[in-house]
Design a protein around this ligand. Sequence first.
Ligand code: SAM
Length: 249
Amino acid sequence: MAKKKIGQNFLIDQQVAEREVQYVNPDKEDVVLEIGPGKGVLTIPLAEKVKKVIAVEIDSQLVKKLKTTLPDNVTLINADVLKIDFNTLPIFNKIVSNLPFQISSPITFKLLAYPFSKAILIYQKDFAERMVAISGSKQYSRLSVGIYYKTHCRILEIVPKEFFYPVPKVDSCIVELIPREKPPFDVTNEQFFFDMTKKLFSLRRKKIKNILKDVYGKLENHPYIDKRVEELTPQQIGELSNFLFKMNP
Ligand code: SAM
């Protein structure tokens, strides 16, 4: 029986699986990390086209079954992907996963700290829309800013919920993530930029000057302080962050 708590909605459409593998642009030199192989719907077609697949699955019952069906170039690891140190795995250059939706956010941030060339990931549709949202939209969030700063991110297709079993509550999207070679704008201190972005979005409906007045006193001379963070583009948030970092209260 599928375990809801760990996001077990299995892909049952082979054509979607084949397309997902194609989006990876599989190459005989590729070593691909797969998160949550489940019953192997992606693992097996992918393994035919790449050098190696490292498949990390938390469910030991699934691991037992999978072991008997996978080709030799798949290394199957029974572990929680959030707890694994990626540096202890063989070096991988690509990532593929039909992600368990409960870990969408922490696994995305964990992946972004690792140097890969391309990830093809299925997310729930609302999460995927927040990833690519632009300023001024309802879905624009701290996640959108972080994703824009670190990657080129695209929604490749919407996958209707009926293509999974058990059928989840919402549709999903196939998302492509390609890390940027360099940031799209200058940020003086990245940690400060991310911390400030988080703080401002936690009070997204408030004017920036009212959020920051406790720390910086009366903020003048900056064009963005009368706005709300949701109105600012990632680059403008970066400019504000550089300005505040220089003030160093
Ligand atoms: N790839 C399969 C498919 O497309 O049918 C399964 C996808 S299902 C949405 C998510 C898979 O991730 C399940 O097999 C689940 O057991 C596994 N999983 C859930 N949480 C995990 C974690 N923290 N670490 C590794 N695997 C996890």
